[in-house]
Write a protein that binds this ligand. Structure first.
Ligand SMILES: O=C(O)CCC(=O)C(=O)O
Length: 272
């Protein structure tokens, strides 16, 4: 099985269990089989479309070297925070969004309050070397290593080993936190779908902030950064270790995410 998808073995078993334990008829079983086929087909179709576009992008870059002239913004108030607007084209970003939705969140309702008695699946994980740039996550990692200045030189050429895929529907967010210290310096994130504001605050207690989201007090001024479709951000140094980041559910009484946002963050495990 493609281990980048979140269709885990429990889910497969559940599909088959339901038909064997409940006196299911052949018709029920055929329906479940066809649901499963449909699910797998839609994931592989979305992936094929994306991989084709990635290949075309590679060919384009070989001739235009545009990746090397990609512009980055350094957010002065947060040392080590860099944003690269439109790191991925709108077309490619759309294909990423469709593939991520199909592969990881196929059964997750757009309404966070509807869960069909199941735990809401809003996160997927990938472990393994992301060194194949023809694969969807490998290509994102390749971009992070290729844009000059995105990360300090010593962190630039690396193989990322962990990806987290987060889903946010309207009114959802993630508490202010610092990523676990077991991950190395240099964390990159891609934003797909709806625009959202990322909030960054200087952390009082780094150890605590890396364990307990939302239970920390910021030291002072917070910095908000808008992230849209295809944008890439990177944290190193202070931005990684001394500032928290989070996506508040609401800002000025309004939903921060309106619609659906999916992010992919890439990390490398620390070697200590
Ligand atoms: O959604 C994002 O861009 C950030 C996700 C995040 O903070 C995390 O996975 O730790």
């Amino acid at each position: 099985m493609d281990y980048e998808t979140s269709i885990d073995s429990d889910e497969y078993e559940q599909l088959f269990e339901d038909t064997s334990c409940n006196g299911a008829t052949d018709t029920d079983k055929n329906k479940d089989d066809s649901d499963l086929d449909f699910l797998l087909d839609s994931v592989s179709l979305a992936r094929k479309r994306l991989e084709k576009a990635i290949l075309q992008q590679h060919l384009l870059w070989q001739t235009e070297s545009s990746i090397h002239s990609t512009k980055i913004d350094r957010i002065q108030k947060v040392p080590g925070l860099v944003v690269c607007r439109g790191a991925l084209s709108p077309e490619l970003s759309k294909l990423y969004f469709e593939w991520l939705e199909a592969a990881y969140f196929q059964h997750t309702s757009h309404d966070p309050l509807i869960n069909n008695n199941m735990e809401r699946v809003n996160q997927g994980m990938y472990f393994g070397a992301m060194d194949d740039r023809s694969s969807p996550l490998g290509y994102l990692a390749y971009i992070c290593t290729s844009i000059p200045g995105l990360l300090p030189a010593k962190l630039q050429n690396r193989v990322y080993g962990q990806g987290i895929i987060n889903l946010y529907d309207s009114g959802e967010g993630i508490g202010d936190h610092i990523d676990l210290l077991r991950f190395d310096d240099g964390i990159c994130g891609f934003s797909f779908g709806s625009t959202a504001l990322m909030r960054m605050m200087p952390a009082k207690d780094v150890e605590r902030a890396s364990r307990y989201a939302e239970e920390i007090d910021g030291l002072g001024e917070c910095v908000e950064v808008e992230l849209g479709m295809g944008d890439l951000y990177a944290f190193s140094g202070d931005a990684r270790y001394r500032w928290t980041h989070g996506f508040p559910r609401h800002i000025d009484g309004k939903d921060n995410v309106c619609g659906r946002r999916i992010s992919v963050t890439l990390r490398k495990l620390s070697t200590w």
